[in-house]
Structure formats: C-alpha cells, structure tokens
Design a protein around this ligand. Structure first.
Ligand SMILES: Cc1cc2nc3c(=O)[nH]c(=O)nc-3n(C[C@H](O)[C@H](O)[C@H](O)COP(=O)(O)OP(=O)(O)OC[C@H]3O[C@@H](n4cnc5c(N)ncnc54)[C@H](O)[C@@H]3O)c2cc1C
Length: 391
C-alpha cells in the first residue's frame, strides 16, 4: 500500500486541504460581510440584488469547476459543496442560486457538453451569466420523465413547445438547460436536453412563485412557444436527456445536502448564543440541562449530516458510485435541518416565533430541502433500490 493511500485513508472526513480551507474561509468572510447585512431585506423583498450576484461572480463562486482556460476557478465538486454550506449558513437563497449554477448547470455542461459548447458558454457562466435547470412541469415532478414539453426536429433547428414549472434562478438566468421529448411514444428514451438562451425566439419566463421559504431565490414558470433552438445546442446525445437528468441530480443532491447542513448550522449558532444570553430563573437558560441536552443532540445531528454530505462529495471525486450516499446525505440532512431549525425556535421561546428575530427564517428556508431535487420519498426509493440490489 502506498504512503499516500495510507495517509488518505487515515484522514477524518471533515479534514480540509489547505486550498479547501482557504476557499471556505474566503466564502465565509463574504457571507458574513456582504450577504448577512442583506438577508432580512432580501427575504422581505423576495429578491437577490444583481450587485450581490455580480459579487458572487467576482469571487469566483459561480464557476467553481469551470476549467481555468474558460475563466473558471478550475476547482473541485467538493469545493462547491463547501461554498454552498457556507452560504446557506447565512442565507439559503443565495446558497441555492450558487448551488444550481455549479452542481447542476456547470456540472452538466462539463460532463456532457462538446468542446465548442464549453468554449461558447463557460466564459459567460464564469463571469456574468446565471444558469437554470428545467426538468419539472405542472404534471411531472417526482415522475419527471412523464414530462410533456415537446421538441420537434425542423431540419436545421429544433422547435420546443411546452411549459416548465418551479425553475430556480429563472428570473436571473441567461442560460437554461431544458429537458423536452422528441418522441413521447419512446417514453424516457425520447427525452433530450437542450441549451436554451433567454433571448431565443419563442422563449419566455413566466409567473414567479410566492413561496414559504428561500423567498429571495426566484422560482418561475418557463413558457416555450415554438422556441427555436439551434441544432448545435443539444446537450449530450439526442434521446439521452434522461441520463443527463438522473446523473446530474445525483450530484445535485449532495449540494442540497450541503445547503441543509449550512441552514442547520446557521440556525444552531443563533440557538447556542441566545441560550447563553437569555436569563430565566436567575440563570442563562444554557445552564438548564434540558437546554444543554437539546443542544448536544442538535450538534450531533448536524455533525452526522455534514459527514454524510462530505463523504458523498468526496466519493464523487473518486469516480466511485455514490448514488446511495448522495440520497442518504440529502435525506438525512434535510430531516435534521427541519428538526434543528424547529428546536432553535423553541430555544428562543416566543421571540423565535417573531419575524424580528432571525431563526424563523431558517425554519421556513429548510422545508424545501425535503422537496426539490427529489422528495424525501424519492430519496427513500433510491436508497431502498440500492439496499435491495434493484439498481
Ligand atoms: C422552491 C422550488 C424550487 C425548485 N426548483 C426546481 C428547478 O430548478 N428545476 C426543476 O426542474 N424543478 C425544480 N423544482 C421542482 C421540484 O423538483 C419538484 O417540486 C419535486 O420533484 C416534487 O415534484 P412535485 O412538486 O410535482 O410533487 P409530486 O411528485 O406530485 O409529489 C407529491 C407527493 O407525493 C409523493 N410521491 C410521489 N410519487 C411517489 C412514489 N412513487 N412513492 C411515494 N411517494 C410519492 C412525493 O414524495 C410528495 O410527497 C423546485 C421546487 C421547488 C418547491
């Protein structure tokens, strides 16, 4: 056994390399100094200011895995996970904007794009273009491959007609990965991925959802009416869109796991601080064993979520199969985030229920973690199939 391999195996999962620590610290500082002051306003106005998105580009966190030759940071998937966690600790909406850009859009283009597509889109995605990923429709969510958005081969181009729903980043995005079917009779084998630019004729961003949580993150409908997409904008092979969707979401789930770790951590830190400040019966409430045991339990849940998420992300980097681990990370981290953020509200007592304090927002923001990129039921199905050897 080589020395490197022995060393690698002996490292704790949460051990970060020098580069990872530096990147994480930079993003933590950005989140504290630039994002935190805007959190409450962004939530109320349901909007992320463009100036903040521009700062994300300048920091290099919108093109983490984009190769340096195309203007990106040339870093790893694991770095994306660290970035999403750090941002979500402060604001889950900014975290998901960055998450979708990196773990879904850039990731899909990196894995399935042609050299020409990468050269055309990566410099923009690394510097100013926000990306979005459009799979879901009104009638197809968990059963994603029942989608009805239609693509027709018109000889020199494809024509796309249909609607997409729930599309994160749609209000800001310039580039959309759109899944449509070329032949509904072929079922999932008819599904193809297309790179659709915002100003392609026949493309429109529709109504924006008014949501419970991650309110500053845009979630909109897409309307495609004979949308003209050049032939060179097929991502991957015709009829292989289902494979792109499945494989991208396997990785995306780790990002959502990271988002949930960050949300739980951010909420928890407020809970710890408040418990040491709030006095009842002549003592800080942290002196009471009931509060101490609760904090200990929540800390353990966050640690377990983080380890599951880091493990899945590290596995992604080794080329090993990580389908089960990614689903477990998202499943566990999203459930832990629900528990942690709920209990932190209780630590705050009545103040936790007030919108003047920061903890109710974490509770609202976490809920989506059990819905998007596959509901809790879908994660359980994936894990069960793996456990039963049915995949
Ligand atoms: C804020 C937000 C952002 C989103 N962003 C995006 C995006 O950027 N791109 C995108 O494509 N989509 C996006 N989505 C859509 C999201 O992925 C879907 O909402 C999700 O996949 C669930 O689909 P659905 O809402 O149609 O629920 P349904 O599939 O109708 O599910 C309803 C309930 O039935 C359960 N269920 C369904 N089938 C089964 C089964 N076989 N066994 C057991 N239980 C089952 C589900 O678990 C759930 O509890 C977003 C959603 C939200 C809320």
């Amino acid at each position: 056994m080589s020395e490197t391999l022995t060393l690698h195996r002996s490292l704790p999962l949460s051990d970060l390399s020098e580069d990872e620590t530096m990147f994480r610290d930079q993003v933590r500082q950005f989140a504290e100094e630039r994002v935190r002051p805007l959190v409450s306003r962004m939530d109320k106005e349901a909007q992320i200011p463009r100036s903040l998105i521009d700062e994300c580009f300048q920091l290099g966190i919108m093109g983490i895995e984009i190769p340096e030759k195309h203007g990106g940071a040339g870093a790893t998937f694991f770095m994306s996970v660290l970035v999403v966690e750090e941002l979500a600790r402060v604001d889950a909406s900014v975290a998901v904007l960055v998450d979708v850009q990196n773990t879904l859009v850039n990731n899909a283009l990196l894995r399935w794009g042609t050299e020409e597509q990468m050269a055309r889109y990566f410099p923009k995605l690394a510097s100013k273009w926000v990306g979005a990923y459009a799979l879901s429709e009104a009638g197809s969510g968990s059963d994603a491959f029942a989608l009805t958005c239609r693509a027709e081969d018109k000889g020199d181009h494809f024509s796309l007609t249909g609607r997409k729903l729930w599309i994160t980043n749609a209000a800001e995005a310039d580039l959309f990965i759109v899944m449509a079917t070329l032949d509904p009779a072929k079922g999932y084998k008819g599904i193809t991925s297309f790179l659709v630019e915002r100003d392609f004729p026949g493309f429109e961003v529709g109504k924006r959802e008014d949501k419970l949580g991650i309110r500053a993150s845009s979630t909109c409908e897409l309307i495609l009416e004979s949308c003209r997409v050049p032939k060179q904008n097929v991502l991957g092979e015709v009829g292989k869109g289902y494979k792109i969707a499945i494989e991208t979401l396997n990785e995306g789930r780790i990002g959502i796991g990271a988002q949930m770790v960050g949300v739980a951590q951010g909420s928890f830190e407020h809970g710890v601080k408040y418990s040491q400040e709030r006095q009842q019966f002549g003592h800080p409430i942290a002196d009471f064993q009931g509060i101490q045991f609760l904090l200990a339990e929540l800390a353990t849940e966050i640690e377990a979520s983080r380890l599951l998420t880091y493990n899945a992300a590290r596995m992604q980097g080794t080329g090993a199969s990580f389908i089960k681990e990614a689903a477990m990370a998202k499943l566990f981290a999203s459930q832990a985030a629900e528990h942690v953020t709920s209990k932190v509200i209780e630590i705050y007592g009545g103040y936790g229920f007030s919108r003047e304090y920061p903890v109710e927002k974490y509770f609202r923001d976490q809920k989506v973690g059990q819905i998007y990129e596959g509901t809790t039921h879908m994660q359980l199905l994936v894990i069960a199939k793996q456990v039963l050897g049915k995949m």
